[in-house]
Ligand binder design. Structure first.
Ligand SMILES: Nc1ncnc2c1ncn2[C@@H]1O[C@H](COP(=O)(O)OP(=O)(O)OP(=O)(O)O)[C@@H](O)[C@H]1O
Ligand SMILES: [Mg+2]
Length: 253
């Protein structure tokens, strides 16, 4: 279970996240949707403490940390939470001078100090799962965007995080390559991987999300099961936004 309680994030005088409370059960997929600048990336970055919330509490499984203005967050507190998470970025962010398998092994050998053969076995298992077993020794620059993203997903999963955080995982990809990534994420969802993802990709959200959170200007406007939010949203603002997402798409939701 991931629990965000009264999370607030300010940058200077701007309040970017306003009193966000969310409960994310294990094994569910939550899609964060909403207009650009609404705070989706900031919320994801607050969950793994790439950004430190100004106030509120984050609980992931058994570990929790409370933030308040003037209270220093220790490195140990940050690591405790961050180690429960894996992050996938829009632009993949693979290490360019490491092969696919080395990218997946890196965190295991350096941070978790696994022996190389154990890390290698785990990396092969994960690269196989994401359909990249045939490219384990490839350099990132020789891979397509979809292939790079699948390696990045394997890397994020390597230390068995409790939650996989994805920030626009398909938006840098052509539709065909995005479909490969959607398939992999769908498979992980079916296996019970807990995920929180920010996305504008209606196909991704409607195919795999259990619930949807509509975020605008740092507030949760509406949240609910994805069928309800996409099919019969309650708030006028959500209806309006969902109709803009639908425009130009022919996905069956
Ligand atoms: N480091 C920062 N310093 C100051 N303001 C920031 C910082 N990071 C984000 N913001 C502001 O926070 C707001 C929310 O940004 P965020 O990137 O979370 O939005 P988003 O919903 O992910 O948007 P998009 O759909 O375009 O990815 C924006 O107004 C942005 O300018
Ligand atoms: Mg964003």
């Amino acid at each position: 279970m991931i629990e965000l309680s009264h999370i607030e994030k300010r940058f200077g005088d701007s309040v970017i996240l306003k009193d966000i409370s969310l409960t994310i059960p294990e094994g569910t997929v939550t899609a964060l949707v909403g207009p650009s600048g609404g705070g989706k990336s900031t919320l994801l970055r607050c969950i793994n403490l790439l950004e430190i919330p100004t106030a509120g509490t984050i609980r992931i499984g058994e570990v929790s940390t409370t933030f308040q203005p003037g209270k220093k967050t220790t490195w140990q507190d940050i690591q405790k939470i961050r180690r429960q998470t894996g992050m996938v970025f829009q632009n993949f962010q693979l290490f360019p001078h490491r092969t696919a398998i080395e990218n997946v092994m890196e965190g295991l050998t350096t941070v978790l100090r696994w022996p190389a053969d154990k890390a290698r076995a785990r990396a092969v298992e994960l690269l196989t799962k994401v359909g990249m077993a045939h490219k384990i020794n490839a350099w990132p620059s020789t891979l397509s965007g979809g292939q790079q993203q699948r390696v990045a997903i394997a890397r994020a999963l390597a230390p068995s995080p409790r939650v996989l955080l994805c920030d626009e995982p398909t938006s840098a990809l052509d539709p065909e390559l995005a479909a490969e990534v959607v398939d992999v994420l769908g498979k992980l969802a079916n296996e019970g991987t807990t995920m929180v993802m920010a996305t504008h990709d209606l196909r991704l959200a409607s195919k795999i999300a259990t619930s949807v959170v509509f975020l605008e200007a740092g507030n949760i406007v509406e949240t609910g099961p994805s069928r309800t939010i996409f099919g019969a949203p309650q708030q006028e603002r959500t209806k309006q936004f969902i109709s803009t997402l639908n425009a130009g798409h022919s996905y069956d939701i």
